[in-house]
Design a protein. Sequence first.
Length: 625
Amino acid sequence: MRVLFFVFFFAVFFSACNFSSGSFRIAHLTDIHVSPGSEAEANLIKAIDDINALEPDFVVVTGDLTNTGSNAELMAAKKVLDRLNVPYYAIPGNHETNWSESAGLKFNELWGNDRFIFTTDDFLFVGFNTGPYMKMGDGHVKQEDLKWLMRVLNNLEYKDKTLVSMAHYPLAEGLDNWNHVVDLLKEHDCRLTLCGHGHRIKLLNFDGIPGVMGRSLSSPQFDAPGYTLLELRNDSALIFNKQPSEDVGDPIISLSLFSPDTIKTLPISSRPNYSVNSQYPGVEVMFELRDTASIFTGPCLVNDSLLVYGNSLGYVKGVRTSDKSILWERRYEGALFSTPVTNKKVVAFGNVQGEIIGLDVKNGREVWKVNVGTPVLAEGIVEDNALYIGGGQTAFYKIDMSDGRVIWKFDDIDGLIHGKPVVAEDEVVFGAWDRHLYCLNRQNGVLRWSWNNGNAVQLFSPGNVKPVIANGKVFIVAPDRFMTAIELKTGKEVWRTKKHQVRESMGISPDGKQVYAKLMNDSIISMSSRASIPKTLWAIDAGIEYDHNPCPVVAKDAWVAAATKNGLVTVVSSNGEKVLWKFKAGNSSINKMVPDDKETLWMTLMEGKIMRLKHPMSKSIETVH
């Protein structure tokens, strides 16, 4: 048996490992979806034993190792994968990055990073994270990961090697910045990309780069659990379905790494199209700032001259809006997801290290800090100089904004608090990923009531919703695709409907009479907040196409605005009669929109943009009464 010689070295962001040249085998695991004690865990053990008997040169795992990204699931997957007798390399999938209880930290702790490189004498292999990040949306390669990839590919040490890339998402529609990734890989003559996500072995065309999708551990394509096996040569690749205790058999796919004929008949994705902007020439970009990292928080407008936001490298920044200059910045470990909120003197937010922090808006100096122990992703709300905010997975807090004193905390919670709360005169209401919506006494934090939808599926929880309150009722939409109205004082369910395909995006009119929702199928709707039954006031086909971005709907008297996972802002009249304007601000998720008093909309996009749009509103539009 060939003796393999491994050389390991570590740089700031990657490790590399060298193998001998020639034909070699790669076992490709993806979409294994392990949870402790599950059938998937047992099937993975069988697959690992089979791989060890086969003795491939190495193994790659391209994401969706788990179901919900929980620490217990990640550790269960790691325990089984560590049985491998050959080197293996792993990157996360959307199930690790969307619902992770550690906000992605546990994956990095267990596997060292969420990206990798390694080499043979002839090949360079790179793997990178494709998100999405702690919310529903398309996949996304972070700006800092694109820069890392560029540095790796520009390294002269690798200039003579054949490039093979690996990701969870296919490099196509569904990954919002796929075109930037593909252009970079093509610039460096990438010959093959391995991916997962689709659960079946399939040959794909990534705008000229051959793509091979690996099968899931349990795939509808095959009658037994298994994995994908690749035999990679200098000029070709053979792809096999491998089931434990069975012979390899004939290849399912055979392809040349150097002939365009391999994939020329396969369809390619359409590149992002910004032509909609020419249809509404009255929209003006008043402000645009591009961060060097991605942005997962919304913007916080402290005043007319100061904007605060956080980025994926852990920086929270204070920006002067007149000239885009950075007035101050502080850095924390891990990406920031918690949108900052302010009382005009202190700006407050949470971080993935389990801290809620207050900074002086003038200089960014840390004024106070509350340690809560688990990652804080939620956006808070400030009322009467008090911050109401979800503190990770175990407690909800009321904190004095001036000095950080904990006024009270409610700790009978067993799931991540992800969304923003809403307050009434005597109540504060919020949802969690433990299937429950909670209502607390605003003064002392005592539980008034809790509600759940009766479904045992945790991922149907109202975990990342922003409830609204009007006419004595709380309104929510959730991943179970129901809109629900609940009596504020008692927690009694008033009505519940699945007539419209809602998800997690909703808002309310300034007068509280209309509850708005962006649907998953083109439309924006208005529901009456006063009716005792579900009453649709209007529904408009806004041409949004399929969308599940949880960005809240925002509204003024004359208009209603919704935002998509692909950077499109759509504004309709508040009587639902027409689309007023659209603007495609980018091609990634819009995190949050904030209207100001000057008929402009501020927003952040995941791709690292902060924008302010001036929109031509019709003042004569009749509102619904």
